[in-house]
Write a new protein. Structure first.
Length: 135
């Protein structure tokens, strides 16, 4: 089945809208997907510590040379959503996390904790901004 009916109208199941939505996500993440390189020290570099929700989550740190650092969180469970609580410590540097998909800054909770809700099989990419020092 295609995206359009015989009368060239979108199929009512929402496939065409979903393709458009996914295209927009890929466009936002293009720089991270195409130009980033995995870091050997990965999560240890920015000291991501998962406090809860880590049973089915993959965490990756990526770096674009002469650019930004990114943290990718991916829910490996295809059937259930996952709420991840994590902390981020990088030796006293000033950091803010921007959700690449929404453009919103992730709010830091008391105790230097961040909370992410991940849909089944979903994920998010956080742009680490304002890093002053990384060892």
């Amino acid at each position: 089945r295609g995206l359009l009916t015989w009368t060239l109208k979108p199929v009512p199941d929402g496939r065409l809208n979903e393709i458009g939505r996914l295209s927009g996500i890929v466009e936002k993440l293009e720089k991270v997907i195409l130009k980033s390189k995995p870091l050997e020290r990965e999560v240890k570099l920015v000291k991501v510590r998962i406090l809860s929700g880590n049973e089915n989550v993959a965490v990756r740190v990526r770096f674009i040379p002469k650019g930004d650092y990114y943290i990718l969180f991916i829910n490996k469970n295809l059937e259930k959503p996952n709420t991840v609580r994590f902390s981020l410590s990088n030796d006293g540097s000033s950091v803010s996390l921007i959700n690449m998909l929404t453009g919103k800054t992730l709010t830091k909770q008391p105790g230097n904790i961040y909370i992410l809700d991940l849909m089944p099989g979903g994920g998010t990419c956080l742009d680490i901004q304002q890093i002053e020092k990384i060892n």
